[in-house]
Design a protein around this ligand. Sequence first.
Ligand code: ADP
Ligand code: MG
Length: 250
Amino acid sequence: MTLLRIDDLAISFGGITALAGIDLQVEEGEIIAVIGPNGSGKTTLLNCISGVYKPDRGEIFLNGESLLGLSPDFISHCGIARTFQNLRLFLHTTVLDNLLLGRHIKFRKNPIHALLRMRKEELRHREMVEEIIDFLDLQAFRKARVIDCPFGIQKKVELGRALGLEPKLLLLDEPVSGLTMEEKEESAYRIGEIRGRFHATILLVEHDLRIASRLADRMVAFNYGQKIAEGSPEQVQKNPEVIRAYLGEE
Ligand code: ADP
Ligand code: MG
């Protein structure tokens, strides 16, 4: 079943065409990777899906319902969570509280309702956060302030915050950028485990071709806001236009 469908998506900033008529389908349960050189429109795609940008043209459907015109908050309630290339965490707050806060913001109820159900809900928040801490191997950092954690740990917390929203669709913006080789391997392994453990479909935006092809069932390549290739990771990596786009970047 198609979870996300994008038709003819276009957006420009001044004279710059960031996306030029993108069509894309994401099937439920798959890991799809969007690759491309810097500035090719990858983050802009995530910004359009999550409601941060309003496209000039085109449509975005989640389970057949249009997301256009909905606020980022509402889109998150529809089951889409994302991570940011530049992490969006509460730096002076602990790892544990960052994970809990994410859930409190998403699942807050009206005050009376909240009061009646608080105990049960709070328990559920704690359980879910513990599961994420366990999954991401963050035990040693749970009481540490995010600002005091190494970058690799901060990236994990960013992923954990998004996972805590129990998304149907998880949008990951360059989840391994800035990590050491060893951290990249570990992170890729964990991302591969998310689908089975948290039942999320994943749309991954990644500059690193090697990691993207390792994770993805299907890959799409962007260049200058256009889709230049689509297919299996092997097919896309071998595509001459993709090779040229990446070489042109150096
Ligand atoms: P990528 O994530 O693939 O590196 P982006 O989606 O961030 O690329 O950017 C695609 C193009 O759109 C770039 O030329 C970038 O400068 C431009 N762009 C993206 N967002 C904005 C914005 N808010 N204002 C102006 N230009 C933008
Ligand atoms: Mg980007």
